[in-house]
Design a protein around this ligand. Structure first.
Ligand code: FAD
Length: 390
């Protein structure tokens, strides 16, 4: 039988040998260390802390950043890594994306030289874990204009007050990037809040039906004092926050590709083994149609994100480029995982057949880092010249 591989248009051939080796190293790690435990940790809604040193040894954090111990590889490789991780476990890929993309990215793009020197080398080695607090209980999509968390400058630094919701890794992170509106200037500023800082509380959000392995938290900041040295020195308005999101939304689009690919490959394998009416269900035309729909979506998504990262590598990536890929890939992934579940019949809803986890996790991809509607409005504004947000 032909091999089961979601890379139908051979994008792997576009990778140099050195990059292909990194891809295969990540794949092997995911298949040997994560796949056997993924469903169990997801089911128990716990994070496998023991994997962190092994993940660190792969040397893939901040993979596209320059300096500070980061490998400075092309953004295409950052995407390939996100795909490989999500292909096995979207939760681990989210943990990684929050740490390496959102948290390290905020420091890389908005930190002073001293802040980069302090945090990035140890975050690159996963000796310090990062989180990123932007969304709030009352404001998600409208956070740019409606942020309720405040910061106020005092004689000896800043005081933060407010709440942040959904913040991944925040229950155990060493540094949490908190975005807050300055009472005086009304501009959004960023802060490096250290673990254990008085006035900072992170409570785990329970009962999620997606990304259960990720530890999302409700953060409460009560007169939380932060020194001026821990204010992100180059974050002066929401425009700077948006620079980080532009970069990470591209990563989420790649994550969607990984999620779809994991589901497609599991489903294809299953249809070759599962027999009904005396033959493998892969021999039925209607099943083949589902598989081809999945593969065409997957291949279109992969082509799109590959080009997206090429634009990023050329310094040409815009917000609308990243948003279009996020919209398209998160929609198509929903379709792929749903067909994958369908061709597996009843077993499609059992965790041990793997696809059920992808079905659930695709829902989180669809909504985080800007919902489908919000990313559509970003593209709509760019192509029509009219903002339809309000
Ligand atoms: P809302 O903004 O309340 O939106 C509800 C619905 O209304 C959506 O369908 C939305 O598209 C629609 N809508 C809103 N405005 C408009 C409009 N103008 N036009 C049309 N439709 C509109 N945030 C962080 O800061 N850090 C994290 O680490 C993080 N991790 C997350 C992990 C998970 C698993 C999840 C689910 C979320 C996470 N988030 C995180 C938050 C995430 O970014 C928000 O959930 C997302 O931005 C949507 O905000 P909301 O949930 O408040 O939905």
């Amino acid at each position: 039988l032909p091999p089961i591989d979601g890379d139908f248009y051979e994008y792997d051939l576009k990778l140099d040998q050195e990059y292909r080796a990194i891809q295969l190293k990540v794949r092997q790690f995911m298949e040997t260390e994560i796949e056997p435990i993924a469903n169990d940790y997801w089911n128990r809604a716990e994070f496998p802390m023991q994997i962190i040193p092994k993940l660190a040894a792969l040397n893939i954090c901040g993979v596209a950043y320059e300096g500070y111990g980061c490998p400075a590889l092309p953004f295409v490789m950052e995407g390939i890594i996100a795909e490989e991780i999500a292909r096995v476990d979207v939760s681990i890929s989210t943990f990684f994306g929050v740490h390496s993309g959102l948290a390290m990215g905020s420091i890389y793009l908005c930190g002073s030289e001293a802040q980069k020197q302090e945090w990035l080398p140890k975050m690159q080695k996963l000796e310090a874990i990062g989180a990123f607090g932007l969304t709030e209980p009352n404001v998600g999509s409208g956070v740019a204009g409606g942020m309720e968390t405040t910061c106020e400058e005092t004689q000896d630094g800043w005081i933060l007050n407010g709440q942040k919701k959904w913040i991944g890794n925040a229950t155990f992170a060493d540094v949490i990037i908190i975005w807050a509106r300055d009472i005086k200037s009304n501009q959004v500023k960023g802060f490096l809040v250290r673990k254990g800082n008085p006035g900072f509380k992170a409570e785990k959000i329970e009962n999620k039906m997606a990304l259960r392995t990720v530890q999302n938290a409700l953060i409460t900041l009560t007169d939380c004092k932060i020194t001026e040295a821990d204010r992100l020195q180059n974050a002066n308005s929401f425009r700077d926050t948006a620079k980080v999101l532009r970069m990470t939304r591209a990563g989420v689009a790649w994550q969607a590709v990984g999620c779809a690919r994991g589901a497609y490959e599991s489903a294809l394998k299953y249809t070759k083994k599962r027999e009904q009416f005396g033959k493998p269900i892969a021999k039925f035309q209607l099943i083949q149609n589902h598989l081809v729909e999945m593969l065409s979506n997957l291949t279109a998504m992969k082509s799109m994100v590959f080009r997206l990262s090429e634009l990023q590598d050329q310094g040409l990536l815009t917000d609308e480029h990243a948003s279009l890929a996020k919209v398209f890939c998160s929609m198509r992934t929903r379709d792929v995982v749903s067909r994958a579940r369908e061709v597996m019949g009843g077993n499609g809803i059992l965790l041990e057949y793997d696809v059920a986890r992808f079905v659930a996790d695709a829902e989180a991809i669809y909504s985080y880092e800007g919902t489908k509607e919000i990313n559509s409005l970003i593209v709509g504004r760019a192509i029509t010249g009219y903002s339809a947000f309000v």
